[in-house]
Design a protein around this ligand. Structure first.
Ligand code: PMV
Length: 262
């Protein structure tokens, strides 16, 4: 059984406070899980999910979704195991994400389970977006593992609801521009969102350097997911332009990158 990755385009962190977020599935990155004959190492979180779905024996997990980089690897894991066990993937991933992240909004599970681009808001029906905007995204892995739990707790301690509101407003605008394929406006909003994520202390020196260089070549760039490391995304009008940055950004210590159409 398998599950895919996700990217949050707009609204990470503010989504925890009930604001909207916009996310897309990343089908190029996948996690596969199957039953394994004989023993093998079983990570603590895999054991926990196996317990939830009452699965015995060992599991073989193969994945090209980098772990703890904001691309939804933990939700993909719980969803793939739930699928293997024939369990309810929504219930299982909600429980597993709570164990892993404390107080998750549920956005990762929603996108990864449905494999659809969507507007997510806690306690509301998902709004699915069955369209593309004719743009390209370069996803750049900083190589720094980050803890979603820690990032969410740090934001809570900072208690800057003014910044959360700003992120919410940016996301509202971004959803409108996404619907109208306003790629340039989306790039500008990505830069604005990143400035706020920096104020929320979710960046670091390496991410700042990647974003600075990426902004030079792209329409806009920002952290995706919890921050404190993880991945940066940049928006482009063409694959060729995305490829140019892909080559240049290696110098900044990006360990892996992917180009996806949006
Ligand atoms: O787990 P990540 O890095 O994909 O982050 C999820 C996005 C947050 O808004 C930071 C947390 C959440 O639960 O929505």
């Amino acid at each position: 059984m398998q599950a895919i990755a996700k990217v949050i385009l707009f609204g990470e962190h503010s989504v925890v406070y009930g604001k909207k977020a916009l996310a897309i599935p990343i089908k190029e990155l996948k996690l596969r899980v199957k039953k394994q004959e004989g023993k093998c190492y079983q990570d603590e979180h895999v054991e926990y999910i196996k317990g939830l779905v009452n699965l015995k024996g060992y599991l073989n997990v193969q994945s090209n979704i980098p772990i703890s980089r904001g691309l939804g690897s933990s939700a993909a894991l719980s969803i793939a195991i739930a699928r293997l066990a024939g369990a309810d993937e929504k219930i299982i991933s909600t429980l597993a994400e709570k164990k892993a992240h404390g107080n998750p909004s549920g956005i990762d599970s929603a996108v990864i389970s449905t494999e659809k681009a969507l507007v997510f808001q806690k306690g509301r029906e998902n709004i699915y977006i069955d369209k593309k905007i004719g743009a390209y995204l370069l996803i750049m892995d900083s190589g720094i593992q980050s803890s979603t739990k820690e990032a969410v707790e740090n934001v809570k301690k900072l208690n800057r609801m003014d910044l959360i509101d700003e992120l919410g407003d940016i996301t509202e605008k971004a959803i409108g521009h996404f619907m109208h394929d306003n790629v340039y406006s989306l790039g500008t909003l990505m830069k604005k969102a990143q400035n706020i994520l920096v104020k929320l202390k979710l960046s670091n020196e390496k991410i700042d350097r990647i974003v600075k260089k990426a902004n030079y070549y792209s329409l806009g760039s920002k952290i995706t997911g919890s921050g404190l490391g993880g991945c940066v995304i940049s928006l482009f009008t063409s694959k060729k332009k995305a490829n140019k940055l892909r080559k240049k950004i290696k110098k900044e210590g990006v360990v892996n990158s992917w180009i996806v159409s949006v």
